[in-house]
Design a binder for this molecule. Structure first.
Ligand code: PEP
Ligand code: MN
Length: 372
């Protein structure tokens, strides 16, 4: 059960203290308080955990300081969508809205290699009106002898260049909690020219200690990639780990499933799950066409497979696209075969616009038919 308090019953007030005294005295019920920092106001939610079945929702609703009460199922308590759940399906970060109703394109380098390539990428994004990117500094590689990313050494110039070209959010994978401090330090040293969305990669979806550490901070939002060899439910529970520790600014990323049944694509494209994730949870949903398809193969209609699957995701309501580009894919140190060329960026954006418009028309059509 979740209690949302009235604005004048925030922690520190007498009403809040009395409410907590009452709740803490309930048999078999524990409480957990979450403060949700919004753009306009801070909302306080009190989670009642344990034996809440016997509680009368009307009794709780009538307590002083209570604005709303939501009875939640056991699954995805914080990030889930529950009956009569008024909690938002979006959040704001560094001036950008991430929601189940918006679309953000994160085009960028799979891995940072040189300063020149970072600058060429950022400039192309600005020239094309984009304000988000992906830049991998810490790369989890299958082979221990492969390039592992430049790590903290590249962060200062990546952040400075992002500021120079008006990039507001960089999606960046971290593989260890110490990377969080390195990112924080580099942002401080460079004067916070940009923002970072921490990415948890598919190989770490169930690294529970990493999830708990990342969940304990609220400074950066998180992009949680679906585990490529586990069920959707298991991956959604991984996202809930982040929220249960305090960070509910989580985007859920579909990136394909590891099975040879997806051949010749690198992974089996799983974007059919976009509506499922939106129905079960309040998270915006990201698609990663690069790591799912894994190649620059083109269909006889002249359209790259990567474009096709991205459009399939966007037309199904995806809210974020994470896509690999590179100024010289042949020279890329990681995932060159799947990187799009810089010259393809305007085409990619145009194609996404068509898919997004089609999605919006489909939503309008569904709403017309629902009325009739
Ligand atoms: C990535 O986005 O760079 C990446 C490694 O993705 P994934 O964890 O989905 O493989
Ligand atoms: Mn990659």
């Amino acid at each position: 059960m979740i209690i949302i308090t009235k604005p004048d019953a925030a922690p520190g007030s007498d009403t809040f203290r009395e409410l907590m005294e009452y709740l803490d005295a309930l048999q078999g019920v524990r409480t957990r308080v979450h403060e949700v920092l919004g753009a306009q106001q801070t909302v306080t939610e009190i989670y009642l955990i344990g034996d809440t079945k016997s509680l009368d929702i009307e009794d709780i609703r009538s307590l002083p300081g209570v604005e709303r009460v939501v009875r939640v199922s056991e699954e995805y308590r914080i990030l889930g969508r529950h009956a009569d759940d008024p909690r938002p399906t979006h959040f704001h970060y560094n001036g950008i809205r991430f929601g189940q109703d918006t679309l953000q394109i994160f085009a960028g380098l799979c891995a940072v290699d040189t300063r020149e390539h970072v600058e060429a990428m950022m400039k192309a994004l600005q020239d094309n009106g984009l304000t988000c990117t992906r830049m991998g500094a810490y790369k989890p590689r299958t082979n221990p002898y492969s390039f592992q990313g430049h790590g903290k050494a590249c962060l200062p110039y990546v952040f400075e260049l992002a500021g120079k070209y008006g990039i507001r959010v960089i999606a960046m994978e971290i593989t260890h909690e110490s990377h969080l401090d390195e990112i924080r330090t580099a942002l401080e040293q460079t004067g916070h020219p940009t923002g970072v969305m921490l990415q948890i990669g598919t190989r770490n979806t169930q690294n529970f200690e990493l999830l708990k550490n990342v969940g304990r901070q609220q400074e950066f939002p998180v992009l949680l990639k679906r585990g490529f060899g586990i069920t959707l439910e298991e991956s959604l529970n991984a996202a809930e780990y982040l929220a249960s520790e305090g960070n509910r600014h989580v985007v859920f990323g579909l990136r394909g499933m590891k099975t040879n049944l997806g051949d010749p694509h690198r992974n089996l494209v799983d974007f059919g799950h976009i509506p499922v994730v939106k129905r079960l949870t309040r998270m915006p949903v990201c698609v990663d066409p690069s790591h799912s398809v894994g190649s620059r193969d083109r269909a006889p209609d002249g359209i790259l497979d990567i474009f096709h699957v991205t459009a399939q995701g966007v037309i199904a309501g995806a809210n974020m696209v994470l896509v690999d580009f590179h100024p010289h894919p042949a020279k890329a140190l990681v995932d060159g075969p799947q990187a799009l060329h810089m010259s393809e960026l305007p085409h990619f954006i145009g194609d996404m616009r068509i898919a997004r418009e089609a999605y919006e028309k489909r939503v309008a059509l569904a709403s017309e038919h629902a009325k009739g």
